[in-house]
Design a protein around this ligand. Sequence first.
Ligand code: COA
Ligand code: AMP
Length: 633
Amino acid sequence: MEQYAEEYQRSLSNPNDFWGEAAQAVDWDQTWDNVLDDSEAPIYRWFSGAKLNTCYNALDRHVKNGRADQAALIYDSPVTDTKKTYSYQELLDEVSKLAGVLTDLGVTKGDRVLIYMPMIPQGVMAMLACARIGAVHSVVFGGFAANELATRINDAKPKVILSTSCGIEGSRIIKYKPLLDSAIELSDHKPTNTVIFQRPQEVSDMQEGRDINWADAVANTTPADCVSVEATDPLYILYTSGTTGQPKGVVRDNGGHAVAMMWSMKNLYNIKPGEVFWAASDIGWVVGHSYICYGPLLNGSTTVIFEGKPIGTPDPGAFWRVISEHKVASLFTAPTALRAIRKEDPDCEYIKKYDMSCMRALFLAGERCDPDTLFWAQDKIQVPVVDHWWQTETGWAIAANCLGLGELPIKPGSPTKAVPGYDIQFLDEAGQQVPAGEMGAIAIKLPLPPGTFPTLWQNEERFFSSYLETFEGYYETGDAGYQDEDGYVYIMGRTDDVINVAGHRLSTGAMEEVIAAHPDVAECAVIGVADQLKGQAPMGFAVLQSGANRDNDEVAKELVALIREKIGPVAAFKMATVVTRLPKTRSGKILRGTMRSMADGVEHKVPATIDDPETLGEIAANLKALGYPKTQA
Ligand code: COA
Ligand code: AMP
């Protein structure tokens, strides 16, 4: 307890010493001029003037320091019945060759490379190969549709795209290559080449002159060496949902990121080099970037790539099998995954088949962890269950129980306390701190610690307007919540229209843009309603153009199909309904909050400013037809 409090204080009172010490864990090519560079505040940079290579730190130095034969990456794929372990030496060889292929294709430092891959080792190899030559990668999650992929291609302007013939979702083969082809067709920017990893389950057609076969290229190249980059040079861009259809390109730099990853592996996750850490996420999300790829490898630990689901591949014991078989010390997943397991195996019978003695802790993030799920997991797994709160923007946890600094008592419903480096504040609309126990907007006093985002890709203006403008001197997280008397934080929900579906961050604003583009729709609203399994689920309401003369159910079906086509299956948009009018205030603001409360069956006051209270009657009737509210308040 003491150690956490001391380290936390030190991180805020003397960030230069604190992070300068943490940076000793990294091998630098050149040391920094400043640990914290505040010369351009409120834009802060870490380790300016320093040089390093992230891939060197993740692979080469471990090979040099005696870890050549240690497992670096374990690939476990129940959907293809494959298990394969790569030692640090083997992973280094593969990555160096892939970096050679990129170099052959003219990719150099600062060029962007887009990666569209499922959960196979080649995804991680692709990320590290980019890092090796100083190229900036941008990984796009496989569950997004061609349209979303095209948006990212247009924004990042990649020289090369690394992809594969297919992904496997349970028993279904998802053909990636046709999705990629149509995304390139849709986008204004065209990559010079694509490099396609052909999987035996599906062999894609290749476009002569543009598409290159991964295996052939790797077999015919010369391995590339590491290129030294500035600590402040970008390592990757990761797009995340904002409030519009245009996603935000979160930028991560090299130096601060390496320092934060190594500090967190030791002090937060309490994982030593040589131990196995498994983040059951996807490389398309920030968790996958930080704790499938970079964190464990920078730390000299072993990472696991699991191509499967918590249930159905083949049963709800999949997680427990992987943990016992590969001696996983800590698992990181989303509460949704636990809820899915619990639904199928409420008494957790499957866990009894496996020796779980290797497991020390379970980490949860991505969405609020309801106490019920926390208690269930604690009871069944018998390890500390650590909820921790973070965002794509920060790249690592803002609040957590830092197990490496001495475990703090767990309070259900709270991700514990601010992580060293983060000065979390709860503010009212005027930017004043609210007292303990009172809800406020959650903001972090600048500077943010190393490893967080310095800007949005080629959009500093949006960086300022989205995050820095509301509260001067603070980063606005977009989350709301409160702090108790002991300094434990509680994250209660978003202040914008971002929703979390199965631990996936989505924008209801982006969905509204798609629905509004339907030719028969005059206006619409999308809200996130409570969902027992996925935390939240999107629900759309549409008003038709006058004279549209369409069958309401038919239009609703078209809207469901449209979101799947334009945003992708990951949106999990299954509920749409047509209404004659949307409830609004007299000034024309749609009462989404009221609609959400009605759907969730929670008590709510009808705002005095409502234009026509009768509109709520129709909403209630349509909700009933959709089976909402599930429970009455
Ligand atoms: N490629 C293609 N399609 C994908 C995909 C991918 N990488 N990931 C998800 N999809 C599809 C799913 O197949 C599903 O399609 P469907 O509508 O045809 O059934 C759809 O997107 C919605 O996916 P999801 O919301 O994940 O639902 P699911 O029913 O497939 O799985 C869970 C439910 C709970 C098992 C799953 O969501 C899960 O494991 N969640 C944990 C998420 C997580 O770890 N997040 C990382 C944060 S730490
Ligand atoms: P993402 O950028 O996809 O990681 O999503 C970030 C958002 O997910 C946060 O702003 C929160 O709204 C939510 N979130 C993530 N982790 C937690 C958590 N442990 N508790 C509550 N909300 C969380």
